[in-house]
Write a protein that binds this ligand. Structure first.
Ligand SMILES: [Zn+2]
Length: 488
């Protein structure tokens, strides 16, 4: 008799918990339509804060803001120091013009951690000397001038101004080998104001890792590293070849300051009621290049991840397993934040059900493809999404064919270190369902990564998809199966 009571009780508890689950899911679906705040977060992150480069004060400010938001929604927040950089770098405004009868404003950028001008600097322009004879001919005239480097359109990386790069260049010259900018150090010592290279449009402006982490206040770069619109570059080069008399003026406010500057992963948790030590994890990265505002890469990901957390908290979610929202640091510097999190086993690897990464275009989550052993679980969990928005249908697909081998090298985005260590890191497939002609490659790491590239309807929808899925997975009776996840 007692046994029957107990099993009746168990059935009753399951029914109650299922109803509670439905109530939370229902509420998330409703709030997703009536009170979706994804774009409020985006306004702040992409319009008010803007570029969020590792090394800058703005990234610290962005971290503080994210922490405060999560706390205001009632989540537990852990701030995990993951990156320290010895010298800080903040960017002010920059402008440049050609001073001549047919003068023009110049369209350019400078990689992060490269020199500014300390006020407006005017100078004549020379073509790069490519051999010793050519260098000797101009070395006395280089002081206070700009040098055009015919490197072909760049990828946005800075010229490596480190001592190590200098010795590699010197060795190549001594051996008569071809090398980019063979007389770089000699030109700097001759007193050039800076170097100008052609850039493809839209302009990409990055940095050079060798020049940030090893930098000290005594080894700051002194010559500017300017990436100029390739059309303007061609025009200026022609003028130099025609030996026309004109000057270029640049005013670049790139500021270095002593660190150490510290950057953090922000880990916000809704604690599980039955299996608090087991987790569903979602993440996106806060750091961003600073020629534009990092709106799509990865501002949109951060906004969607944050709204996922807010929707669940507002719906009163009390999942069986914990749900952790990770706002990573230093993705652009080599996945440093997520690497730290995984390698330090912040959560034991066998306690993570799945890691969902969001980093890419501001598109709609429209499907997920999972190994056969996960299929029934995902099918059940994602069922409420199938008809949530009839214009953006959602499907769960069973993976066909063999599993792929576990990746051995990190790359792409913050899912990499999870996947390399055998942790499920399956993400949603995202698409431009309404055909808004979105092309991430045109925006990624360029001056066009701006707020107006965001697509609210897709981002808002994705927050709901994330929330319903994460909550459902966290409420399963088991962790997701890892059977057939990777080829053994
Ligand atoms: Zn990114």
């Amino acid at each position: 008799m007692k046994k029957i009571y107990l099993s009746l009780l168990a059935v009753l508890l399951t029914v109650v918990s299922l109803q509670a689950q439905d109530k939370v899911t229902k509420k998330v679906l409703e709030l997703g339509k009536t009170d979706n705040r994804t774009m409020e977060h985006a306004q702040y992150i992409a319009r008010n804060i803007g570029g969020r480069l590792v090394g800058t004060h703005m990234l610290n400010h962005a971290e503080d803001w994210v922490v405060e938001q999560f706390r205001s929604w009632g989540l537990d927040v852990q701030v995990q120091e993951a990156v320290v950089i010895g010298v800080g770098f903040d960017r002010g405004p920059w402008s440049g013009r050609m001073l001549s009868e047919d003068g023009m404003m110049l369209h350019f950028g400078t990689p992060a951690y490269t020199a500014g001008t300390c006020g407006p600097q005017k100078g004549r322009v020379y073509l790069e000397p490519k051999n010793q004879r050519a260098f000797d001919r101009v070395k006395g005239a280089l002081k206070g001038s700009w040098v055009l480097l015919e490197t072909g359109a760049t990828s946005g990386l800075a010229i490596d101004a480190s001592a190590k790069a200098d010795s590699l260049r010197a060795a190549a010259v001594a051996e008569g080998k071809e090398v980019a900018v063979p007389f770089y150090r000699q030109m700097v010592e001759a007193g050039v104001l800076g170097f100008i290279r052609p850039a493809k449009m839209p302009m990409q402006v990055l940095y050079n890792r060798a020049m940030c982490f090893d930098l000290t206040m005594d080894t700051l770069p002194t010559a500017c590293d300017i990436l100029l619109d390739e059309h303007q570059f061609a025009l200026i080069k022609q003028k130099v070849e025609d030996r026309q008399d004109f000057q270029l003026e640049f005013d670049i406010r790139n500021h270095f300051f002593p660190g150490p500057m510290k950057y953090h992963n922000i880990l916000a948790t809704i604690k599980g009621t039955q299996y608090p030590d087991e987790y569903v994890v979602l993440g996106s990265h806060l750091d961003a290049y600073d020629i534009a505002t990092g709106s799509t890469d990865d501002g949109q990901g951060v906004c969607v991840t944050m709204e996922t957390a807010r929707l669940l908290a507002a719906a009163g979610a009390k999942p069986k397993r914990s749900i952790m929202f990770c706002i990573w640091t230093a993705e652009e510097y080599g996945l440093l934040g997520s690497k730290y999190f995984v390698e330090h086993k912040t959560i034991p690897w066998n306690k993570i059900s799945n890691y969902f990464n969001r980093d890419g275009g501001p598109l709609a989550c429209t499907s997920i493809t999972v190994p056969p052993a996960m299929y029934e679980d995902f099918k059940k969990v994602c069922e409420p999404l199938e008809n949530y928005n009839p214009d953006i249908p959602f499907t769960v697909n069973k993976r066909e064919g063999e599993a792929q081998a576990r990746p051995t090298r990190a790359g792409g985005s913050d899912h990499a270190y999870f996947a390399m260590n055998g942790i499920p890191a399956i993400s949603f497939r995202e698409s431009d369902v309404f055909g808004y002609d979105f092309n991430y490659r045109d925006i990624w790491h360029t001056e066009d990564d701006l707020y107006d590239k965001l697509i609210p309807v897709y981002m808002e929808h994705s927050a709901v998809v994330n929330a319903v899925t994460a909550y459902g997975i966290a409420n399963l009776g088991h962790l997701l199966s890892r059977e057939g996840l990777y080829k053994e």
